[in-house]
Ligand binder design. Structure first.
Ligand code: FES
Length: 675
C-alpha cells in the first residue's frame, strides 16, 4: 500500500489506514479491527454493516472527504432500502467500495461490541459481547467425488467464512441439519455458543437461509424471598422485560437455615424445594417472554446468581452440608449446563451459566455484586451491602477485597412486619414524621403525592401495606421524633405526647394510617421494630467484622444495593444503624447489584472469566464461626448503636435521648445519658 491509495478514517474509534481503490468498507474495517457488525458475511442480506460516510474538509484528520470517495449506491443497497428502509446517507459497508480519502462513521447499532446504556449513570457500562451469536454461511453442496458429511461441510464453511474452526453440535442439531441445508439451498444461519471460550464453538440452532430474528437471554437473581428476571435481546443488549415473583420455597422456611433444616428433617424435602423453585422460574420466564411478546423457545441463554443454599436447591443438590461447619459447597466453580438439566422449557439447546460462589456462606449473588460494583477497582475503601433476606457484604479497594454474608432474615423485604408487603403499588415507601406534632405523612408506590397533599387518596387508590424501604424510614423517623428509644421501645401516648401511640398488649404501636373503607389500618408495632433491629444488627455486625479484618474503624463510602437498594434513604439507613457512620453524601444506592451482575455476565462473555478470576482473590469471612459476630450483633441491636457514637450522623440528624419502659405510665420522658 502507498499513500497514492486512499486514506480511510473510521469514527468514533479514530482507526485509520490506506487501502487500494475498490476495497470494501467492511474489509477495510476488519483489517483495522474496527468494530463493524455483520451476520451475513458481507452478502448484502443482513444490513448489520451500515455505515455513515461524512463528507467535507476534516482538518483534524488532515483529509478532504468527497461524495465520490465511495462507489455509487448499488442495486443491493437500493433493494434493501426499498424493502426494509435505511436512514438517508447510510451505506452498506459490504457494498460500498473505497475510491478516495474518506471519513466513515460506524453508528452504535452497527457496532458488535456496543455499549449497553445503564439507567444509573454512576455504574459501569456493559460492553455487548454475548456467548451466543448468529452467523450466516453458504455451505458447499455434497459431492459424490469428495464424500463428506453435511456437518463437516458446515463446520468447514464456518471456519473459512467466520474464522470459527472446530465447531461441533448436539445430536438434536444434527437431526435438523440436513432438511435445513436443503431447504435453504445450502445457505443457513446458525446460532453458535462459545460460552466456554473461543476453543469450544457449539452450534445450537440452524435456520434455513437468512434468519431475520434475534436471540434472547434471561438474567435471573434467585433470592431467598424474591426472584427477579430480566429478559434481554442478545443482539442489542436491551432489557425487553423485567419481572419478579416471591420465591415459593418460603412455605418451607422463611430464611435459608430453616430451609436447610426442612431438608434435614423431611426425607425428600430438598427435592420438593427444587421442584418448587424450578416451577416458579418457568412461570417467571413465561411472564417476561409474554410481556416482551416473544417465544420462550428463542431464549438461548440464562444466567443465574444465587446464594449458596438457593444455588444448591436450584441445581437439585441437597444443601444439608451448608447448614453446618465447615459449610462445604458441592462446587464453588462457575457452571455451564443445559437449561433442560434444570427442567427449563426454553430453547432445547439453551445454555445456563451460573456464577461462581465465593464460599459456603458467600454465594454467586455476592460474586455478581462484585462484578457489578467492582470494589477491586475502587481507589477508596468502599463498603457494599446488598440488602436482602441474606445480606451480601463486600469491603475493599484496589489492594484487597473481603466478603461475607449475613443472615438478616426477610424483615427488610416486608416479611415478619405486621403490615409488611413486597414493594408493589399501594405500599407505603416513604415516611416523614413531624418532630413537633409527631404527625406522619407518607407516599405510596404508584403515586407522586404525599399523603397530606390534595388529591392523594384519589391518586394512591388503596393503601395496602408497607414495604421494606417504608418500614426503614418509618422506624428511623420514629427514632428522630422521639417516639422510639435507642433500645427499640415505642413510648405510650403519655410518654410521647401523641395519641398515635396506642397500647398493643404489653407494648405500644404507632398508627401510621387510620384506614378507611377500602384501605386497612397501618401501624408500626414493637414487634416490627424488633424484627428490623435483628435484621439491621446482623447487617451491621457483618460489615463491622469485615472492617475488623481490614483493620479499619471507618470506610470512605458505602453502596447500598439490593432488590430495593435504590429506594433506601441513606440517612434513614444510618439512623437505624444498618450501616456504619459515614458522611451521608458518601452513601449511594446501586439498585439490584446482584441482578445487574447477572445481566453483565449474560451480555458479556469475558465478564464471566473476569468474575471467575476475581472470586479467587476475594478473602472470605464466615460470620457464623467468627466469635466477635455475636458481640457486634448485640451492640448493634440498639438504634443506631449501643457504643458507636455516630458522630457524623448526629451532625445532620437529631436523635433524642429518650428512654421508655413498657408500662407507659410515668407520664413523660426520662432523659438518659447518650451511650
Ligand atoms: S454484512 Fe450483511 S448486509 Fe453487509
Amino acid at each position: 500500500m502507498s499513500r497514492t491509495d486512499p486514506l480511510v478514517i473510521f469514527t468514533p474509534s479514530g482507526k485509520r489506514g490506506t487501502f487500494p481503490t475498490g476495497t470494501r468498507v467492511l474489509d477495510a474495517a476488519r483489517q483495522l479491527g474496527v468494530d463493524l457488525d455483520s451476520v451475513c458475511g458481507g452478502r448484502g442480506i443482513c444490513s448489520k454493516c451500515q455505515v455513515a460516510p461524512s463528507f467535507g474538509d476534516f482538518s483534524k484528520h488532515g483529509i478532504t472527504s468527497s461524495p465520490g470517495a465511495l462507489s455509487e449506491w448499488n442495486s443491493v443497497e437500493e433493494r434493501y432500502k426499498s424493502i426494509r428502509g435505511m436512514i438517508d446517507g447510510r451505506r452498506l459497508g459490504c457494498q460500498a467500495l473505497i475510491e478516495g480519502d474518506v471519513v466513515i462513521d460506524v453508528p452504535p447499532e452497527s457496532q458488535v461490541h456496543k455499549q449497553v446504556v445503564r439507567k444509573s449513570a454512576d455504574t459501569r457500562d456493559i460492553v455487548l459481547d454475548p456467548a451466543t451469536r448468529l452467523y450466516y454461511v453458504e455451505v458447499d453442496a455434497p459431492d459424490m467425488h469428495e464424500p463428506s458429511g453435511d456437518l463437516e461441510r458446515l463446520s468447514k464453511a464456518l471456519a473459512e467464512q467466520w474464522d470459527l474452526p472446530g465447531t461441533t453440535c448436539d445430536l438434536r442439531i444434527m437431526q435438523q441439519l440436513q432438511p435445513a441445508l436443503r431447504k435453504g439451498d445450502w445457505k443457513v444461519t446458525v446460532a453458535v455458543y462459545q460460552g466456554n471460550g473461543p476453543d469450544e464453538a457449539r452450534i445450537v440452532h440452524v435456520w434455513p437461509g437468512y434468519y431475520e430474528g434475534t436471540l434472547y437471554g434471561v438474567a435471573i437473581d434467585l433470592g431467598s424471598t424474591t426472584i427477579a428476571a430480566h429478559l434481554c435481546d442478545l443482539r442489542t443488549g436491551k432489557v425487553l422485560a423485567s419481572s419478579g415473583i416471591m420465591n415459593p420455597q418460603i412455605r418451607f422456611g422463611e430464611d435459608l437455615m430453616s430451609r436447610v433444616s426442612y431438608s434435614m428433617m423431611n426425607p425428600g424435602g430438598a427435592v420438593e424445594m427444587t421442584k418448587a423453585v424450578r416451577t416458579a422460574l418457568q412461570a417467571l420466564i413465561n411472564t417476561v417472554a409474554e410481556e416482551a411478546a416473544i417465544d420462550p423457545a428463542l431464549i438461548f441463554e440464562a444466567v443465574f446468581v444465587a446464594n449458596p443454599v438457593m444455588h444448591h436447591l436450584l441445581l437439585g443438590i441437597d444443601p444439608v452440608e451448608l447448614g453446618q461447619a465447615p459449610f462445604a459447597l458441592a462446587t464453588s466453580d462457575s457452571m455451564s449446563l443445559l437449561a433442560t438439566e434444570l427442567d427449563l422449557d426454553v430453547h432445547p439447546s439453551a445454555r445456563v451459566y451460573i456464577l461462581p460462589c465465593i464460599a459456603g456462606h458467600v454465594g454467586a449473588d455476592a460474586a455478581a455484586v462484585a462484578l457489578s460494583e467492582a470494589p477491586h477497582r475502587s481507589e477508596d475503601l468502599v463498603l457494599i451491602v446488598d440488602v436482602g433476606t441474606n445480606a451480601e457484604i463486600l469491603l475493599g479497594n484496589t489492594q484487597k477485597v473481603l466478603a461475607c454474608s449475613s443472615p438478616t432474615g426477610p424483615a427488610f423485604e416486608g416479611a415478619q412486619i405486621s403490615s409488611g408487603q413486597r414493594a408493589a403499588p399501594g405500599a407505603i415507601e416513604r415516611v416523614e414524621i413531624d418532630k413537633v406534632t409527631k404527625e406522619p405523612r407518607f407516599r405510596v408506590i404508584g403515586s407522586d403525592k404525599w399523603s397530606d397533599e390534595d388529591g392523594f387518596m384519589a391518586e394512591a387508590g388503596t393503601i395496602t401495606g408497607i414495604c421494606g424501604s417504608g418500614i426503614i424510614e418509618a422506624i428511623a423517623e420514629m427514632r428522630m421524633a422521639g417516639l422510639v428509644d435507642p433500645g427499640g421501645l415505642i413510648g405510650s401516648a403519655a410518654q410521647t405526647g401523641t395519641e398515635r401511640c396506642v397500647a398493643n398488649g404489653r407494648t405500644h404501636e404507632y398508627v401510621l394510617f387510620e384506614g378507611d373503607g377500602t384501605s386497612p389500618r397501618i401501624t408500626v408495632t414493637n414487634g416490627d421494630i424488633r424484627a428490623i433491629q435483628l435484621a439491621k444488627a446482623a447487617l451491621y455486625a457483618g460489615a463491622r467484622l469485615l472492617m475488623d479484618q481490614m483493620g479499619v474503624d471507618e470506610v470512605d463510602r458505602v453502596v447500598l444495593a439490593g432488590a430495593f437498594g435504590a429506594h433506601i434513604s441513606p440517612m434513614h439507613a444510618m439512623v437505624l444503624g444498618m450501616i456504619p457512620d459515614c458522611d451521608v453524601e458518601k452513601v449511594t444506592s446501586a439498585g439490584n447489584a446482584a441482578g445487574t451482575g447477572a445481566r453483565i455476565a449474560l451480555l458479556n462473555v469475558s465478564a464471566r472469566r473476569e468474575v471467575e478470576a476475581n472470586v479467587r482473590k476475594i478473602v472470605k469471612v464466615e460470620t457464623a464461626v467468627e466469635p466477635r459476630f455475636q458481640e457486634h450483633f448485640v451492640a448493634a441491636s440498639n438504634i443506631p448503636h449501643a457504643t458507636e457514637p455516630y458522630t457524623k450522623l448526629r451532625k445532620i440528624a437529631p436523635l433524642p435521648d429518650v428512654s421508655f419502659n413498657t408500662n407507659g405510665e410515668d407520664g413523660g420522658r426520662r432523659r438518659r445519658r447518650r451511650g
